[in-house]
Write a protein that binds this ligand. Sequence first.
Ligand SMILES: *Cc1c(COP(=O)(O)O)cnc(C)c1O
Length: 422
Amino acid sequence: MSRPESSGISVIRSVDPEIAELVAAEERRQGEVIRLIASENYVSSAVLAATGSVLTNKYSEGYAGKRYYQGQRLIDAVEQLCVDRARALFGAEHANVQPYSGSPANLAVYLAFCQPGDTIMGMALPAGGHLTHGWNVSITGKYFRAVQYGVRKDTGRVDLDDVRELARKERPKVLFAGGTAIPRTIDFAAYAEIAREVGAIFVADIAHISGLVAAGVHPTPVPVADVVSTTTHKTLRGPRGGMLMCRETHAKAIDRAVFPGLQGGPHNHTTAALAVALREAATDTFRTYAAQIVANARALAAALTERGFDLVSGGTDNHLILVDLTTKGVAGKPLAVALEDAGIVLNYNSVPFDPRKPFDPSGIRIGTPAVTSRGMTEAEMRQIAAWIDEVCQAPGDEDRRRRIAGEVRELCAAFPAPGLPV
Ligand SMILES: *Cc1c(COP(=O)(O)O)cnc(C)c1O
């Protein structure tokens, strides 16, 4: 083997060569391509190591100091450190670090505050919301009466007057803000005011932007939200997981909903890795990274606009860009497939009021967290925009795609990714 690989892979290979080869290939792939999926990132070697630690062997139903099994002295210390770091980083009164991921975290919120059949309100998936905010195929759209808000056609942005009007009419028990394809700053204070007016619990789902919030480059919802929900593996750059933060008044309800309401034993290896990530997120290096994510997204948006791409809402304030390809005469999926062939990996995505189907939509979504973690800056963003444009102009040109894939590999070699062997 001439290529470097993580030491863990040879350990896997000695037992399971098939999986080892796949993991090794995925490791190479992550090193050699430009990853622009807005929800993805590269965790540090320390986060990876904690994820792969013996903490995976331990069962710990309950919370620190109140467990149902013995042998918890060290696990309690790990979870308490994690909770303390989360509270300090986000300025939250209470934190629960046990949700297995973002979707279970949101389910716990429903369990804490709603009965089946209650009215709940969130942003519609095609407008940029998340499945778990009441979309019809999700359990949250089936077990509750979900009402959904969207964005304005002319601005591509949420109109909070529309949200207020709908909330007044429908009187939801829970109001969600946040989503998966929102390129603009979210006015959490305005949502909080609406929720207060109609007597709803206000949940800020900051899954995508929690790293930006932690670093202070997006306004925080913590002072105004009843509950803040987040994943831990997107801009926050921790292990795959979820986390809930809330005021002390809701702490009991949230904790009971997570365990024993929804989950059994917490994933202690993930808790340890999250604690490491939260420590990393409290550093100046992380704050610089988060600010650069936004600077990179702005640079990429500007370069794409110059090249005639139509950006939903006209640009970005955060880590992501939503491109409506209608004027380019190519759909999202074929472009995403062609781009992958050229070493640029992103996802096709519905745009607001998309006349096309979700599996073959009009747009692509582009995020800058992962390339920023590699140390890329504005100059590389302009190069990436140029490559996207080149492929978009001739998605069927195989020679062009192959040439670009080579150039991409060369650029990536100059920007080693965290957690990958060099
Ligand atoms: C990613 C995401 C989730 C769900 O997270 P999973 O870990 O994939 O379950 C929930 N809400 C929002 C807004 C998200 O972006």
